[in-house]
Write a protein that binds this ligand. Structure first.
Ligand code: S3P
Length: 179
């Protein structure tokens, strides 16, 4: 039997990591882990976490949750949707390099901003200037992912593109670092 796929979706807020990750896991028949949901299962929303304990504490918990998710992926395969800032952490990137193929869901800032407009659950999405600054600062890190996927279209279309890109033997001109 072939090894079950192990994939991690990275990308900015609004890129569709959770929606696409869930659909992708169903198509691949593997477990799905949403890192933000895992953290919120502790009882605090992310917004509350930032207010009560600060971003540094959130990032630490995020790293630990990713470690646990990777351990599960190694056993059973699966798809992980990371939070938009999780891939910034060098230790998390090293962890991921050993446990999953990383896929960057890329879309222009205007598309991302439009998708998250009016959503108050993201503490770092309070204003357009912060979003633009964060997005520009993070692009170099997202581009370290193994594959870049155009995430502008509808979720079902993006999933189809991913399935095509990860097909065994496929060599993708968009591959950033295909392993
Ligand atoms: C964050 C993105 C959020 C969440 C938290 C911080 C970020 O996840 O982890 O609000 O730093 O970009 P999504 O990318 O799923 O919105």
């Amino acid at each position: 039997m072939s090894t079950p796929p192990r994939l991690a979706l990275v990308g900015f807020m609004g890129s569709g990591k959770s929606t696409i990750g869930r659909l992708l896991a169903v198509r691949l028949d593997v477990p799905f882990v949403d890192l933000d949901e895992e953290l919120e299962a502790g009882g605090l929303t992310i917004a509350e976490w930032f207010v009560r304990h600060g971003e540094a504490s959130f990032r630490e918990a995020e790293r630990a949750a990713l470690q646990r998710a990777c351990a599960r992926l190694r056993e059973r395969g699966g798809v992980i949707a990371l939070g938009g800032g999780a891939f910034e952490d060098a230790r998390s990137r090293a962890e991921l390099a050993a446990c999953a193929r990383t896929l960057w869901l890329d879309a222009p800032l205007e598309v991302l901003v439009e998708r998250i407009r009016g959503d108050s659950s993201r503490p770092l999405a309070s204003d357009a200037a912060t979003l633009a600054r964060l997005h520009a600062a993070r692009l170099p890190t997202y581009s370290l992912a193994d594959l870049r996927i155009d995430a502008r279209g509808p979720a079902a279309h993006v999933v189809q593109q991913i399935l095509e890109a990860i097909r065994p033997g496929r060599s993708d001109p968009d591959a950033l670092r295909d392993r």
